[in-house]
Structures are given as C-alpha cells and as structure tokens.
Design a protein around this ligand. Structure first.
Ligand code: FAD
Length: 628
C-alpha cells in the first residue's frame, strides 16, 4: 500500500476478503499512541493476522450466521427441560478463531512472548476489528472479558477457588477449555431501573449453594456458563443497594454424568466446546432454570438473546452480599467501551464499503466518487470515524491505566475520575453515530444497500441495538451528571483539555484551536451553571452536555494528535485537515449555514482524508487557509 498516493479503493470489489487492520490506518494510528513501551511492536503483527482472519473467514461466516442463526430447543422430545441452544457450525468456527487469537486471553494472562498481560485497550482493539464483520458475536466476547474482569477483582484468592476456575476458563486461550460470559440484569419491570430487580437469592444449606428464583427478560448469550446475574437476598434493602451478584452456570454444577467421556470434577465449568461435541445436557444435568424463548430480533442474530426463568438455579455469590450493583458497574465500564469499540468497528466497515462502492459505481458517465456531493459525504464520514475512534481509544487508555494500576496494587484516581465521565459519553455518542453512519452508508449503496445480499443491510440492523443495550442515551446522560457530581470529574476534564490545547502551536491549527479554546471556556461555564441548578434543570440539559463534552474533548485530542503529526520527522498534515473539519462542522458558527463562505474544503482535502494520500504540513496549511 503506497501511503504517498493513498489507497485506490477502485481496486477492491467489496469490503470483504481484505485485511481490516491493514486498511484501517485510523485504528493503527490510535493504537500506536495508546499502547505504551513496546506493546505496539508486539501487537502489530497479531492485529494484522486478526484483521486478516476477520476480513476473510469470520466475515463470510457472519453473513451465513445472519441467515441461519442460533436456535433454542427448550425441551427434549419427552418435554423435559434441556435449554439447548443449537449453534451453526460456522459460529463455533468464529469462536474458535477469535478466542484462539487471544481476543480475551491476551488482556488477562501474559500472552506468548510477553511477561505481562496486554492492556484492556488491546481487547477493545480486537473487538473493534471483530465488529467490522460480526458486531453480534462481539457481544459475547465483550461479556466474557467483562465477567473475567469482575472475577479477577472480586473473587478472593484461597477463598473462592471455584470462581478462580471460572476465571481461568473465561480467560482461556484454548477453545476446549473456554467458557463465555453473560450478564443478566434486565427484568420486565426494570432495564434502566435496575434497582427494580426482584429476582430472589436464598441460601440452600443442604445443597451448599445459593438458589435463584425469578425472571430475567433480556439475556444475551443466554446459555453462557459464566453468567453473572443480580438478585436480592432475604431482607435486603430495596433499590440497587440490596442487589448481590451471582455466577449462575448453564449446567448443574453438581452433575458430572453429561460428561461421561471426560474427567470432570464437580464445579468444573462446562465448556462450549464440550457442549458442541456432547450435544444437549440430559434433563437432570440442567441447572434449575428455563430458557423460555429467544427474542425475535432485528439484528445481532449471532448472539442468542432470550428470556430466562430461574426456578431455584444453583449459583455462587461473587464478592460481597449487597455489593452487586457496585461490582456490576466495573463490568459495565468495560461493556460500555466494548459497545463503543463495536460502534467504531461498524463505522469503519461502513466507511470502507462506501468508499469501495463509490469508487466503482458509475452514474452519469463517471464513478460516483468523482462528484462533489459524494466527496463531501465521504469526507464527513471519514472525519466522523476519526472522531469516534480517537475519543473511544482515549477513554480506553484511561481504563487500561486504571486497571493496570489496580493489578499492581496501586490507584490511578485521575484516570478513574476522567474515565467515569468519558465512558458513558463514548458509548452514547458512538452508538448513535454508528446507526446514522450505517443508515447513510446504505444510501451510498443506492437500492442495493437496502438488499440483504449487501452487508449494509445487516450493519444497519446490527447497529440499531447499540444505543439501547448497556444503557440508553438518556440513562447514560444522567450517568454523566452523576460522574460530575460524585467524582468532580470536571477537574480532570479541564486539565486534560487545557494540557492538549496548550500543546497546539502550528499555524495550520491556529484558528481551529482558537475556536476550541472559546468553546472550552463556554463548556466549563455550562458545567458550573449546571452544578448550581436543581436536578430537573440538570436532567433537561444532560444530553446536550454529553454531546458538548464529546465535541470539545474530541476536538482537543484531534488537535493535539495533529500537532504531533505536523511536528514529526515524517511530517503528515492529514490529521490537521481532519481536526479542522471536525471543529468547523461541530463547533463553529456558520453564517448562512456556510453556503456563502466559498469553502471548498471537502474537495481539496478529499484525497488526503478519504484515501489517506500524504499531505505535507505546508500543503495542509494551504488547504485550511483557502477554506477560511
Ligand atoms: C437485543 C438486546 C439484548 C439485550 N441483552 C441484555 C443482556 O444481556 N442483559 C441485560 O441485562 N439486558 C439486556 N438487554 C436489555 C437492555 O439493557 C435494556 O433494554 C435497556 O437497558 C433499556 O431498558 P428497558 O428496556 O427496560 O427500557 P426502559 O428502562 O423502560 O426505558 C424506556 C425509555 O425510557 C427512557 N428512560 C428511562 N428512564 C428515564 C429517565 N429517568 N429519564 C429519561 N428517560 C428515561 C429510556 O432512555 C428509554 O428510551 C438487551 C436488550 C436488547 C434489545
């Protein structure tokens, strides 16, 4: 690939049977900055190998799985409960490939050639690449990592031996030993309102287990062996304060007879590979729960989402009683960033498909990428992809920093306080952007985009759940208010933005930096105003505030990155163009909506922003100057 002349998207037929890592220079750039020490050098070849696998086998399989997804057989032929989910063979193959390449394991256990685990941002980068092809399968991957994180934090060495075995199985690199995670929070009466959960947990002395009774209404990866569920113990207080966390295995943990060919002890987690080989459990081996039905969903077909009725299911307490919600919040931070990474992956795939389609489709005698409006569309989409990815991996960097500190027995308070603010916003903004981008990408494909044989159809269906699960945009906006109130998160935010703006000095960035400086000042004023307002007013403004933080923070980070690129030995002006466009689109007041400005920026910057063609610092400065 020649970076001087950029990528010729006309040489591809579609965004499949390619290497997603090699083609996504935006992700490459971000990871180069986010990884520390020699992490990037180690990771590059593995990410490239993964990008190749996802771009070929996983992408092909994902399309087939969308047509023939997992099916539930709740009962056997005698009417006994068996809770059997039948997966297509191609799904087992995708799982084997993704987990085998360390998508979860590498961030928890030192991978070959390294002394310590990779940061969680590595897991998120792989989730991003996976979501180019199968955002549905990314859901179990995300929950497997999330469940592992929770068990790592809250199972006590020496005391929770069984949970340590589940942790080992969740983080296994070997598919034969691997189990997946899930999280069952939502009940009919409460998805956003988790405190309304009614599922009960009672200690069964004779069995030596907790037993769960109640209904869960949305359970993705329904048959996961490493499912974490929230339930209320006897006499627990109302609301979230009374919730405890339990691990509820798919199979009855006491039973070994479904496993006749193997050496399986009581409490050994039942792996998915075993289930694939052995088939449905016999009814006496089923944990006491009923998988009622799978939801008939719009998209994310590869993850079976269903309704579960606990009828005394055996369960292990995780962490401390009545600490369940706080513990689940740790998992949610990672899940929400996973959602953001998946959103960015979808945006990346839509962008790639759109560039390729536009470079090949002819209308009115030219390929459609020659027309001004299409160029403006693709510039907009590429800048949106840059913004979403930059913001997400900045938040991922903070999460990784905090987790790394925790593993070393240290704290990283500022990283935590800032990430508490940035993560709900990352999830909310990127999810909405993914839906909008997938929708517009469909339009770029004309009528074909609406047809099932084109991946744009599935990407839009898959994207549509991203704003809903892991918290809707309203709920996340309220969480932003909580982060500001409880963590004083405006302090690290202020420091993070000022530090970046102070670093920016290049003339190609001067006007954009001045605009961001002004908006930064106004944002801080808005935060101060809201702090003094009543809750009703604060709630009314919460979503606008979340958008504002996203725009100003992203702009500051893009400017800082652009400054580095301009000042580097192998100077590169592309990000300066990206940053200028983002600032002018999101933060600059335009007279007459920009129509009278004479600005032809999208045409001048097209080759660089869309095709990654090299542009010098001086070249970028000239393009920016002409557009003013
Ligand atoms: C495909 C799919 C898979 C899922 N998988 C899982 C899973 O594996 N585990 C799990 O636990 N859950 C899962 N969910 C559930 C999901 O997390 C919830 O649906 C979601 O959190 C919203 O909750 P709800 O459906 O109860 O909606 P509600 O809470 O009823 O919300 C309805 C609307 O009201 C708004 N709203 C609610 N409260 C407020 C407020 N205070 N202010 C302003 N607006 C408000 C919300 O933003 C939303 O727009 C899944 C959902 C889907 C669609």
């Amino acid at each position: 690939m020649d970076t001087d002349t950029g990528i010729d998207y006309g040489t591809f037929e579609e965004g499949r049977h390619v290497n997603y890592w090699e083609l996504d220079q935006t992700l490459q750039r971000e990871l180069r900055r986010v990884y520390t020490g020699d992490e990037f050098d180690w990771a590059e070849s593995r990410l490239s190998a993964f990008g190749e696998t996802v771009g070929h086998t996983i992408a092909d399989n994902a399309d087939d799985i969308d047509d023939h997804g997992p099916e539930l057989e709740p009962y056997d032929k005698y009417g006994e409960v068996q809770n059997w989910v039948r997966y297509p063979e191609k799904q087992y193959e995708n799982e084997r490939l993704a987990y085998g390449q360390g998508i979860v394991a590498d961030s928890f256990e030192a991978p070959p050639g390294r002394d310590e685990p990779m940061p969680l941002s590595h897991n998120l980068a792989m989730q991003y690449l996976l979501s180019y092809a199968d955002p549905g399968f990314d859901c179990p991957v995300a929950m497997t990592a999330g469940a592992a994180l929770v068990l790592e934090k809250f199972s006590r060495e020496g005391e929770d031996d069984v949970l340590r075995e589940y942790y080992d199985a969740l983080t296994s690199r070997d598919y034969e030993d691997l189990i997946e995670g899930a999280m069952f929070l939502t009940e009919k009466q409460g998805g956003s309102d988790v405190g309304a959960n009614e599922t009960r947990a009672e200690w069964d002395e004779s069995a030596g287990y907790w037993r769960l009774t109640g209904e869960k209404w949305f359970c993705s990866n329904i048959d996961a062996e490493g499912t974490l569920a929230l339930a209320r113990t006897e006499d627990a207080p109302a609301g979230t304060a009374g919730l405890s966390m339990f691990l509820v295995p798919h199979g009855d943990p006491d039973s070994t007879n479904h496993d006749s060919d193997r050496d399986r002890d009581r409490d050994d987690p039942l792996t998915k590979g075993q289930r694939r080989e052995d088939g449905p459990l016999s009814p006496e081996d089923v944990n006491d729960q009923r998988y009622r039905r799978l939801k008939d969903k719009l998209g994310t077909i590869s993850v079976p989402t269903g309704e579960v009725e606990f009828t005394g299911a055996k369960a292990y307490l995780v962490g401390e009683e009545e600490h369940g919600f706080r513990q689940m919040a740790e998992m949610l931070n990672l899940e929400r960033l996973s959602n953001a990474a998946a959103s960015c992956g979808i945006i990346g795939r839509v962008l790639l498909e759109s560039k390729i389609y536009a470079a090949n489709r002819e209308a009115f005698g030219e390929t459609i990428d020659q027309y001004p409006l299409m160029r403006a569309d693709l510039v907009d989409m590429a800048v949106t992809h840059e913004a979403a990815t930059t913001y997400t991996f900045e938040a991922a960097r903070l999460l990784s920093k905090r987790e790394r500190a925790a593993r070393a027995g240290e704290t990283a308070d500022d990283a935590y306080r800032l990430m508490r603010l940035l993560i709900p916003i990352a999830k909310a903004r990127t999810a909405r952007i993914a839906v909008d981008t997938a929708s517009y990408g469909m339009e770029i494909h004309g009528g074909n985009g609406y047809v099932n044989e084109f991946v744009t159809n599935r990407l839009l269906r898959d994207a549509q759940v991203l704003p809903i699960w892991e918290g809707t945009e309203n709920i996340l906006s309220l969480d932003v208010l909580r982060a500001l109130e409880r963590e004083n998160a405006h302090e690290p935010l202020q420091a993070a933005i000022s530090e970046r703006l102070e670093y920016v000095s290049h003339p190609a960035l001067a006007d954009a930096a001045a605009t961001v400086e002004g908006e930064f000042h106004d944002l801080m004023g808005a935060l101060a105003t809201l702090a003094g307002e009543d809750s009703e007013y604060a709630q009314l403004s919460a979503k606008r505030l979340a958008h504002y933080v996203f725009d100003v923070f992203t702009a500051a980070v893009l400017l800082e990155r652009a400054q580095r690129d301009l000042a580097a030995e192998d100077e590169n002006g592309r990000l300066a163009l990206v940053a200028n466009h983002f600032v002018s689109r999101e933060l600059t007041d335009q007279e007459a909506r920009g129509i009278t400005s004479g600005d032809r920026f999208a045409l001048e910057a097209y080759e660089s922003i869309v095709r990654y063609e090299s542009v010098t610092a001086e070249g970028a400065r000239e393009i920016v100057a002409e557009s003013e």
